[in-house]
Design a protein around this ligand. Sequence first.
Ligand code: SF4
Length: 158
Amino acid sequence: MIWFLPLIIIGGLFFPVLGYLVVGMMAFFLVFSFFKQRYWCWHLCPRGAFLDIVLSKISLKKPVPKMIARPWFRWMIFFLLMSFLSFRIVRTGGSPIAIGSVFIGTCLLTTVISIVSGIATKHRSWCVMCPMGLLQEKIGTSRKTIQKKLYSSDKNSK
Ligand code: SF4
């Protein structure tokens, strides 16, 4: 899966339509996370693979600041990034190629952030605050909550 990263962020600069690969992956892992929570993050994510295989070799491996693991900080990054993404999509005027470029640009931006934070601290520090990791975590947790509720209402009705 690691090869998807250069394909998207380098290939996407020449072929913006590759941005739809990002959309496809997002759709896949958001549905998948309902059943497997963050399995995507640890086994399939191209950027996660890049951080593990390449960045871990040059990371300073310093402790990750506690603040970035705090819920308020993770939600702030989530809303900032989603607002930025939505704003840019609206500005495309609906052009499919321009929309593809928006996803490429966002992927490029978050990859640069993940490289800088991964070198300065631990190689996977971006994954602590990644909005997509947060979404998968919440979707996966919601399944467990639903299961618990169903189980307890089932027990009460007996
Ligand atoms: S947290 Fe984000 S960047 Fe890290 S592995 Fe998960 S989806 Fe990929």
